[in-house]
Structures are given as C-alpha cells and as structure tokens.
Design a protein around this ligand. Sequence first.
Ligand code: UDP
Length: 326
Amino acid sequence: MKNILVIGGAGYIGSHTVNLLKKSGYNPIIYDNLSKGYKDVAEILNVKFIKGDLGDRKKLKEVFEKENITAVMHFAAFIEVGESVQEPAKYYENNVVKVTKLLDQMVESGVKNFIFSSTAATFGEPVKDKIDETHQQLPINPYGKSKLMVEKILEDYDTAYGLKSVVLRYFNASGSDKDGIIGESHIPETHLIPLILQAASGKRESIKIFGDDYPTKDGTCIRDFVHVYDLAKAHILGMEKMLKENKSLNYNLGSGEGFSVKEVIEKVKEVTGKDFKVETVEKRAGDPAVLVANSEKAKKELGWEPEYSLEEIINSAWKWENNRRY
Ligand code: UDP
C-alpha cells in the first residue's frame, strides 16, 4: 500500500482527498499544524496524524526517514483573495517561502513526487470564455501570484532536481461529503456557498453580494463551482499518471459551467426552501468578473469527469451546515 503524505489533510479539500485516498486503497498520512484544520478528521477517517508545520524541515526530514512516502500532496495554503490583498506578506511566507522549504526537504530526502493545489486565480482576468491550460497567467491578487510563483518553482525543480509534480488549478471548490461526516469550515468563513447557507439557516442576518455592476449578464461575478470529491478524484488520477509516466503535469479543474452570485443565491433558496435577506455591497478587491474552466485536458488525459451538479453541491453543503461539528 502506498503511503501518501497529505499536508493540510485536516482541512477542507485535504480531508475529502484523504477520505477518497483511503477508499481507493492508499494509505494517507495527515501532516497538519492545525492552524486551520481539525484534528478529529484523522480520528473520524481513521488515518495516522502527524502534527507539524509545512516549513519545518527538521520535522519533515524525520517523517520522510520514518515513513516510506511515495508522494506528497500539499493543501496547507492560505486561500483568501481579499485577505491576500490586505496582508500579502502572510501569503508569500506561507504559500511560497514555506513551500520551497518543503520542496527542498523532499529533494534532500529523495521524495520526488508532488501534487500541488493551484488555482484559477493564477490566470487573472480571462481573455477567453473558458480558461484552459494555455491561457495567459497574469494574476491580479497576491493569492494568485503566490500560487503562480510555486508553479514556476516546480518547473525549475523538475529541470534541476527531477522533482515531478501535478499542478491542479481548482476553480471554486465547494460542497461537502454527502453523508455530512466532513465538510467545509473556515474561520472566519469567507466563501460564497457556506455564507449563503448560513443566511438560509438563520446563523447570519443576510448574504452580501460583493458588487452588482460587473460586465456580466446580471452584474454579479460568475464562478465555476466544482465539488470537493470531484477535485479529490482528480488528485488521485493525476498522481497515478505522474507515477506511471514519471513526468510533470498540469490541469484546470472545473465543471465548465459558470453561475453568477445571484444565480447561486437563487439556487440555495430553491434547494433549501428558505428565504433570507440579500444585500448588495461594495466590490471585494481582487475579484475577476468571470472565472470558468475548460477542463477538456483533464477529461482527455486523466479520464476525469466531474459528477456533481450545482444542486448536488448545495445539497451536500446544506447537509453539513445542519450537522456541522465546528
Ligand atoms: N462573494 C459574495 N459575497 C460573499 C462572499 C463571496 O458576493 O459574502 C462573491 C465573491 O465576490 C466572488 C464569488 O462570490 O465573486 C466567489 O467568492 P469566494 O470567496 O467563494 O471564492 P473565490 O472566487 O474568491 O475563490
């Protein structure tokens, strides 16, 4: 059984990937500093847990010496666009400096397979309707820039040290485990779907739309929502191809369909049967108007097919919202 070190495995996308890895016959080991993640994930999913920081080379060295790690998946990033504009230093330190420490330790310890969570935010303002892997990468916020920097570092580390990577550029990760066992929980929550659901459940007074004069059909931003288990599946497929072919790969992961903020709010009302207050406020800094993926490459090369619709995403997230432990 292959051991996969999942850094940030106690967090949102990490924990769903750990769950799927286990179900797919791998032995995932969670490595997490618990700054954002939840320790009970390891107990619930019955996997080994190591408390450690992404940038702690000594600790990582010990782990690589002790466990026979086939590949490292990295989910321990800061991910908030708005915060990254306000506090760029925090983003460059965690998302770039610490990642190079991890990569350096991997190279030193001879662990040469890496799966990297990148983002649609590396592209900036789209110049075509659906963003494929050949689209220009001109990020407009520090979050996207920090992820693009690592993409570039990975190219150089492959050339110089033979470190192979799969770069997965997520569009809007959303939804939760359909049994409501694990789910999305950020403190503070900044993501659209959980915030709307909190308005639906009465935990929040209203949902605020960040700007309604974007150049889109209803003036609100358009995003491509992809279920967290569809993303998790792409990690496994991408890792298997990298291991088999010993080459670096990159894929854009989205459903290929865009929904406006207003449409998502309407869909939540429909799925939950709840009504709630909707307000329009100022735009949030760093938000492109439209981000929709073209994921044909992942479909063709990995046989990846996203299975969950927006409705199923909202349904699963609603189930978690009503059962959440944190
Ligand atoms: N958004 C919003 N109100 C909120 C949170 C988000 O209108 O309370 C908008 C945000 O401006 C963006 C979209 O919803 O256009 C998705 O934002 P989110 O933070 O969920 O993901 P991102 O696209 O930044 O990764």
